[in-house]
Each structure stands twice: as structure tokens, then as C-alpha cells.
Write a protein that binds this ligand. Structure first.
Ligand SMILES: [Zn+2]
Length: 143
């Protein structure tokens, strides 16, 4: 496997400012040039998992719980009024580190940040997107 900067951080061979450690997730600050706000935290699984598609349900449970715990800390410790949770998975998603992670960005009134994408996809789905998604789940027998 190619080297993974997040695995190096988890293994202690690369430095990072760790702010949260759970049983199976770690929270640390991105590199300064990648921070969208003070207190921007990356929540990653300690196990190397490429992306959402590669993650098991226990991985996902731990990750979203870690996101919630970090979000609580950003409100309590930094006075954030809310958070944005950002993640990318798979080709053409702009995922930059291929180890599943969620950005948790604290938000304050009048902070000048705009995290919702400004553009819209030019890709056109063949058929009705909602109907195709429902058909997918119907094929799985629910759940
Ligand atoms: Zn990794």
C-alpha cells in the first residue's frame, strides 16, 4: 500500500495537532494552509479505510459519533454556533487524502465563510434520479 499521511499521523511517525482521540477515531487539525477556520478539525478512522464506500458500518458509526463529539467541543470550547461537516469519497469527488475523513468546520455569526458549493453539476442522469435511487433500494429489499 502506498504511504498514507493519516496512517502516519495515527502511527505517530508524522506530526499533527491531535485534539480528540476515541477508541477507533482520531481528531486533529489540518495543516495550517488547509484550515477553513480556527478550530477546523479532521475526524479520521484509526483503521485505514479509503473512503465511505470502503468503510464498514462500525467504522461509520464511530466516525459520525466522533464528528458529533468534536462538534460539541467546538460549540462548548470555541463558542461556535454551528458546524459544517464536509467529506469527499471516490473518483471525481475532489477527495485529496485517500483515507476516510470528515472535516468539521466551526461556524460563527458573520464569520465570512461560505461552505456550500457555488456551482451546480453539469452531469445529466439518464432517467429520473429519484426513481432510479428508489429502484436501487427496492432491489435490495429495503433496509
Ligand atoms: Zn491511511
Amino acid at each position: 500500500m502506498a504511504s498514507c499521511i493519516f496512517c502516519d499521523i495515527i502511527g505517530g511517525t508524522a506530526g499533527a495537532t491531535v485534539v480528540y482521540e476515541g477508541e477507533s477515531v482520531l481528531g486533529f487539525l489540518p495543516l495550517p494552509e488547509g484550515r477553513l477556520a480556527e478550530g477546523h478539525v479532521l475526524v479520521v478512522s484509526k483503521r485505514h479505510v479509503t473512503d465511505l464506500f470502503d468503510a464498514t458500518e462500525p467504522d461509520l458509526h464511530a466516525l459520525i459519533l466522533g464528528v458529533r463529539r468534536v462538534s460539541d467541543a467546538l460549540r462548548s470550547a470555541l463558542g461556535a454556533s454551528g458546524v459544517n461537516v464536509l467529506s469527499a469519497s471516490g473518483p471525481n469527488s475532489d477527495q485529496s487524502v485517500f483515507h476516510v475523513h470528515f472535516h468539521v468546520v466551526p461556524r460563527w455569526e458573520g464569520d465570512g465563510l461560505w461552505t456550500w458549493p457555488a456551482g451546480k453539476s453539469e452531469h445529466r442522469v439518464r432517467g429520473d434520479a429519484a426513481a432510479l435511487i428508489r429502484k436501487h433500494f427496492a432491489g435490495l429489499g429495503g433496509g
